[in-house]
Design a protein around this ligand. Structure first.
Ligand SMILES: Nc1ncnc2c1ncn2[C@@H]1O[C@H](COP(=O)(O)OP(=O)(O)OP(=O)(O)O)[C@@H](O)[C@H]1O
Length: 379
């Protein structure tokens, strides 16, 4: 009874994996040496359980993640494995065990509460934020009504609250569906004749701003005699948000008319350029798609791979597999997800593995505040 929580978890897991009546999930044989198990407590109420691959393979150990989650019952029934990691030398597997029922979400009753302490930081919930210094453009997927537009707005509001910088920062929202966003000031939508020339123009402007900022940074680096980053100066991040990417793409003609470059290839080339080169100038694309599928009728694989922050709202394992390598999702217990619940990964060194997040609850008129901040931003 006096054992630490970490030790209690360790012994529970040992019993579940090694005791024959529990089903022997590691397929241990009579007389076989049992693999060593350790458990330590980490920050935010998490535990790190390590199973060493002495007599069993790393693959076999990774496969028992769901068993470990179900072994944790009674006092630990709220706990489950959320991340599993094999070490590079295949010596052990580490499982992160945490209370999956705990509510880490943020509640805001006023938009000003969303202002971050630095412009490079985008807060998602109490435990997770996006670090723009170490990540790139964002891919946001989720079925309709899953909360993706609201989630993206929570990101844009945080950037807008910083206002414009002295280097011509820009936040562009493109709504090809002519839906709720399109009525807000400075939001770009379809032309009156159903074409997307204004959209292409807005993307061109964004690309020019990206190039100018990069040139400015190069000058500053020259002066300093060292490579300088946008976040070393008072640059604020720029965002190009394309809502419903697939619908947007379908607006463009496949072939351009003579003496014009208004066509799909120009749209694709612009996005590709901004996604691959923007982050170094603090310029990011946010693409939202309803279907996580790629290629035909979906997102080109190149873009999917280049977008370094990935968010899937109200996820299912089958959709998740289209966005992430299935190894990364092995540990994920499927459950019923609510609006605003998402799986999230980013290449910032902390969120490389997929984790569960809930986007903020914003108990104020979100669209009204977005419109007001956009107006103020471009004043
Ligand atoms: N973070 C959140 N927490 C709680 N509820 C949320 C959250 N985000 C969104 N919702 C609820 O889900 C509803 C749908 O959200 P939203 O319009 O953002 O979804 P969507 O996926 O963009 O849908 P659509 O494709 O129709 O635009 C919202 O009206 C809101 O009530």
């Amino acid at each position: 009874m006096k054992q630490s929580q970490a030790n209690k978890i360790k012994y529970k897991v040992m019993k579940g994996l090694f005791s024959y009546p529990y089903g022997n999930p590691l397929h241990l044989k009579d007389g076989q040496i049992l693999p060593k198990i350790t458990c330590t407590s980490a920050d935010n109420g998490r535990f790190i359980l390590t199973i060493y691959a002495t007599t069993v393979t790393v693959e076999d150990i990774q496969n028992v993640a769901p068993n470990i989650s179900s072994i944790l019952n009674r006092k630990f029934e709220r706990y489950a494995v959320t991340i599993s990691n094999a070490d590079l030398a295949f010596n052990y597997v580490q499982f992160i065990i945490e209370d999956v029922m705990i509510d880490n979400s943020l509640h805001f009753t006023n938009v000003n509460q969303m202002k971050t302490d630095r412009p490079i930081k985008i807060i998602i919930d109490k435990n997770n934020h996006i670090d723009l210094t170490a990540s790139g453009s964002m891919l946001v997927a989720g079925k309709t009504r899953s909360g993706k537009t609201t989630g993206i707005i929570s990101i844009l509001l945080q950037a807008l609250l910083w206002g414009r910088d002295e280097y011509g920062s820009n936040i562009t929202i493109i709504d090809p569906k002519q839906a709720e966003l399109s009525v807000l000031p400075h939001v770009v939508t379809v032309d009156k004749d159903g074409e997307a020339r204004k959209i292409l123009e807005a993307m061109r402007v964004f690309e020019t701003i990206m190039t100018e900022r990069q040139q400015r940074l190069n000058e500053l680096s020259k002066q300093q005699g060292d490579a300088m980053h946008w976040f070393d100066y008072d640059f604020h991040p720029c965002f190009l948000f394309i809502d419903e990417y697939v619908a947007c793409r379908s607006l463009f003609p496949k072939k351009a008319e003579k003496n014009s470059d208004y066509c799909l290839a120009t749209f694709d080339a612009l996005i590709k350029r901004i996604v691959t080169m923007g982050a170094s100038a603090g310029c990011y694309v946010i693409i939202s798609i309803a279907e996580a599928s790629v290629d035909e009728g979906g997102l080109p694989t190149m873009l999917k791979n280049a977008m370094s922050t990935k968010i899937l709202f109200r996820p299912t394992l089958s959709e998740g597999r289209l966005m992430w390598n299935s190894e990364k999702l092995k540990t994920f217990p499927e459950r019923v997800y609510k609006q605003g619940d998402a799986w999230f990964s980013s290449t910032d060194g902390i969120h490389d593995d997929v984790s569960f997040v809930h986007f903020p609850y914003m108990d104020f008129s979100v669209y009204k505040e977005l419109g007001r901040l956009l107006k103020e931003y471009y004043l």
